[in-house]
Ligand binder design. Sequence first.
Ligand SMILES: [Zn+2]
Length: 273
Amino acid sequence: MLASPTLLAVVAHPDDELSTGGALAKYAAAGARCYVVCATRGDGPDAQIKNEAATRETLGQVRLQELACSCATLGIEAPRCLHYQDGAVVQVPLETAARDVARLIRELQPQIVITHDPGGGYGHPDHIAVSAFTTRAFELAADARVDLSLPPHHPAKLYYFALPRSFREQVPALRDRRAEIGGKVLGFVGVPDEQITTEVDIRDWLERKLAALACHRSQFDFDPATGQPKTFTTSVPEPQRLKLFGYERFVLARAPAGYVLNGIPETHQLAGL
Ligand SMILES: [Zn+2]
């Protein structure tokens, strides 16, 4: 393994960073530099405000503070925001967004880039757009013909978040979850289990991850007994929670030439570097 690896997660909204929050916390504790770039402030017309933590007027600012709290709790670098419009990321031309992210890749020089799966988890158009332009940015950053005022940088691997599709059967709260986005009602889709290549053990980091999730006060109802946010993760009782959510799963989408998955699933995103 590299002495000091760098990981970069590119996400659509504040709280999406928790899709890989356990792995980022785990790698940061082992000496890696871990960055989150968030496309929006999570303050669009479909955003729900769950309590008095924010008003419509303060929402963008509050959500950025909540994201900063989450990253600090995970023990990773302070987040960056692209300030695209929440709910309208797809309106940013793909090439423009890809260049924005490619510039960040050249600046931060990650070996590992992580983003939403191409289906967006539950079909959220912002997630799908972020997945597409981050995938494009992965190529642009390495392309010496592309002038971004910084020398090219070729990350080693690109990963997509992967909540297994089989969780529909195992987690009723996930199966029943609905979100109304742009006038459409969306539900959990997930990634077909057989496409998942990588499973990182974060059992020792799950408490930390839930603490980071609790930073996103304006997004959740809280259980007064435990103080924990009510989410599909906390809907599952222990010890089943550790079994299901004590691992973060990914699809390896790009890897160095000749890199062979050494038994599926891979158990370490930095494997082979
Ligand atoms: Zn999101």
